[in-house]
Design a protein around this ligand. Structure first.
Ligand code: ZN
Length: 528
C-alpha cells in the first residue's frame, strides 16, 4: 500500500469489471486519458481500444464507482486521533485507563490525546475521572474527548494550565462541557507543533483516500481548530497528491463586507459548518423542545449557543455576499431557532438571495415535516451522517436513552427529506465516526426506522454528487465522458449495479483510488 503511486501512463484501459455509470448501466470497461474519462462501454467494444492505450488493467470483476465525497470532516483532529490513542474500541473504563497508561509510557511525557470514549458502551457506565488520568499518565497533560466531542475529561495538569476550572461547564472530576471544554481543547491544540499538525493532516487525507473518498469538506473554525490549521489543510490539498478539499469556516459575521473578507482571506467556500447552534445528544447539549429523558435535572433541554437574531444576521450577511452560510444543528428546538433566523433573513434580504446562496445545515437529526418543508423553501441542503443512526439510533440505542423511545422514531429522516425534495449530502463527522462511505450507505438502506430507509441508489447519489452539490458544484461526482477521472475500484463486483448491502453483507474494500487521473491509493498487488 502506498499513498502516492502516480502513474506515468497517460492513458489506461480498465476492463473486465463493472463500471457504475449513469451513461451505461451495463458498462464493464473504461478508458482514462489525461486526467479525464475518455470512454465507457463494454469489454467487447473495448477490444479495439486495447492496442491504442499505454496501459491495460484487468479489473477481474471489481466494481468501479466515482469517488465518494465526505461532506463533514475535521481533518487534523482525525489525523491526531489516527496517530494517538483512540478509545473507540476499548470495552471498559478499566481497559481505557490501561490503554492510556501504555500510551503515556511510550510517549515519554508528551501531551496525550485520547479521544472517542463512550461510557454508554462500558460496564462501568461512566467516563474516566481526572485523578484516574493523572495516575495513568504520572500527572501528564491529557485531553480525552467523548466520542461526540461535546464533552471531555481532562487531567489535573491540563485543568490547571488551561484555566478550565474557571469556566462554565467545569465539573469536579475533570469532566468538561461548553466553555470549559473549549478552553481545555484550545489550550491542548495550541501545544501541538506545526510539524505534528501537518503530519496529522496528511495521515487523515491518506485515510480518506484509502476509503475511496475523493473530496472532503473540511469543517474548521476558531473554536474547533485555528486559522493556521485551516491553511495547512488547504495547503495539503494544493499539493494535489490526495483528496480534494473544500473548506468551511465556522465564524459568525455581521455584514456582507466582513463575510467576503473572511471567506477570501481564509480561502473558505462557505462560512458555516460547525458553527454551533447547539451541541450533541450524547453530551445532552443538543437543544430540545422537550427535556431530556435522563437528566441532568427535570427541565434540562440542552443548550442554545445562538439566538434567532444571530442566525438572521449571519444568514443575511452571507446571502448578500453570495456566500454559503451554515450551522451545526442537532436538536428539534435548535432547528426551530435556525429556521426562525433564516426566515427572518429571507424577509430582510429576499428569499431569492437566501435560496441562491445555497446554505446548508450540518447533522439536522431531529426535523419534523414542518421543519423539512421550511428548509426546502429556503433551499437548504442537509449535510447528514447516516452512521449516527447506525451507531446510536433505534429503540435500544444511546439516543433512546437520552430522549425516550418515542422521540427516536423519525430521527434522521432521510426518506422524508428525500421525498420532500431536500438535497442531501453525506459525511462521517470524522473523528466522531471514521471515514466509511459504504457503511453510511448501508446505514441508509438498513435505517433503524424502516419508514426512513432510502434506496442504495439514492444513498450513493447523496454520498457522491450530493457532496459536490452541497458545495455549490453541480456537475461532478459521477462517471461519464469528459468528467475528471476520480474513481475508486472496489473488491466486490461480479454483477452490474451496487453491491449487496443487506445486514451482515461484506462491504466493499478499496483496491485503488484515483483522483483526477492520479492514483492516490493502491492496495498492493490488487490490480495488475
Ligand atoms: Zn463536526
Amino acid at each position: 500500500m502506498t499513498s502516492e503511486t502516480a502513474s506515468s501512463a497517460t492513458s489506461t484501459l480498465y476492463r473486465r469489471g463493472f463500471v457504475y455509470s449513469p451513461a451505461d448501466p451495463f458498462a464493464t470497461a473504461m478508458v482514462v486519458a489525461d486526467e479525464k474519462i475518455a470512454w465507457i462501454g463494454s469489454d467487447e467494444a473495448a477490444k479495439s481500444l486495447a492496442d491504442g492505450v499505454d496501459q491495460v488493467v484487468d479489473l477481474a470483476g471489481a466494481l468501479v464507482t466515482p469517488t465518494f465525497v465526505d461532506a463533514h470532516v475535521h481533518t487534523s483532529a482525525t489525523g491526531l486521533g489516527l496517530r494517538s490513542v483512540g478509545l473507540s474500541k476499548v470495552r471498559s473504563l478499566h481497559e481505557a485507563l490501561a490503554t492510556i497508561e501504555a500510551a503515556a509510557r511510550s510517549r515519554a511525557g508528551r501531551p496525550l490525546y485520547a479521544p472517542n470514549w463512550d461510557e454508554q458502551d462500558w460496564p462501568e457506565r461512566r467516563p474516566p475521572k481526572a485523578q484516574e488520568l493523572d495516575r495513568a499518565t504520572y500527572g501528564g497533560v491529557v485531553y480525552s474527548p467523548r466520542v461526540d466531542g461535546h464533552s471531555a475529561v481532562i487531567s489535573s495538569a491540563l485543568a490547571a494550565a488551561s484555566g478550565a476550572r474557571n469556566h462554565p461547564g467545569w465539573n469536579d472530576g475533570g469532566l468538561v462541557t461548553r466553555e470549559a471544554n473549549h478552553v481545555a481543547r484550545d489550550f491542548f491544540n495550541a501545544g501541538i507543533s506545526p510539524a505534528d499538525r501537518r503530519a496529522d493532516i496528511d495521515a487523515a487525507l491518506s485515510a480518506a483516500a484509502a476509503a475511496g473518498i475523493g473530496l472532503v469538506h473540511e469543517n474548521g473554525g476558531p473554536t474547533l481548530s485555528s486559522e493556521d490549521d485551516f491553511a495547512d489543510v488547504l495547503a495539503a490539498r494544493d499539493r494535489g497528491d490526495g483528496p480534494q478539499v473544500i473548506g468551511y469556516w465556522a465564524e459568525l459575521v455581521g455584514d456582507q463586507e466582513s463575510a467576503r473578507a473572511l471567506a477570501s482571506r481564509l480561502g473558505a467556500r462557505g462560512i458555516g459548518g460547525d458553527l454551533n447552534m447547539d451541541g450533541s445528544i450524547g453530551s445532552r447539549t443538543a437543544f430540545l423542545r422537550a427535556p431530556y429523558s435522563d437528566g441532568p435535572g427535570r427541565d434540562h433541554r440542552g443548550n442554545a449557543y445562538l439566538t434567532a437574531e444571530q442566525v438572521r444576521d449571519h444568514v443575511a450577511a452571507c446571502s448578500l455576499a453570495g456566500i454559503q452560510a451554515g450551522f451545526h444543528v442537532i436538536g428539534d428546538a435548535g432547528a426551530d431557532t435556525v429556521i426562525a433566523g433564516m426566515r427572518a433573513a429571507a424577509t430582510q434580504v429576499g428569499t431569492v438571495k437566501v435560496v441562491a446562496a445555497r446554505h446548508r445545515l450540518e447533522h439536522l437529526e431531529m426535523v419534523d415535516a414542518g421543519a423539512i418543508k421550511a428548509l426546502v423553501e429556503l433551499g437548504v441542503t442537509a449535510s447528514v451522517q447516516p452512521a449516527f443512526d447506525a451507531h446510536w439510533g433505534g429503540p435500544d440505542g444511546m439516543y433512546a436513552a437520552r430522549l425516550g423511545r418515542e422521540r427516536v422514531t423519525g430521527m434522521n429522516p432521510f426518506a422524508d427529506m428525500t421525498t420532500a425534495g431536500m438535497s442531501l449530502a453525506f459525511g462521517s463527522d470524522t473523528p466522531v465516526t471514521p471515514f466509511a462511505p459504504w457503511e453510511a450507505i448501508s446505514a441508509c438502506v438498513n435505517h433503524h426506522d424502516p419508514a426512513q430507509r432510502i434506496s442504495a441508489g439514492s444513498a450513493f447519489l447523496a454520498h457522491t454528487r450530493g457532496g459536490w452539490r452541497a458545495a455549490g458544484i453541480d456537475d461532478r461526482g459521477y462517471l461519464d465522458l469528459g468528467q475528471p477521472a476520480s474513481f475508486a475500484v472496489w473488491s466486490v463486483g461480479n454483477a452490474p449495479g451496487l453491491p449487496d448491502l443487506s445486514p451482515g453483507a461484506t462491504l466493499p474494500a478499496t483496491l485503488r483510488t484515483v483522483i483526477r487521473g492520479r492514483t492516490v491509493f493502491d492496495r498492493e498487488g490488487a490490480l495488475s
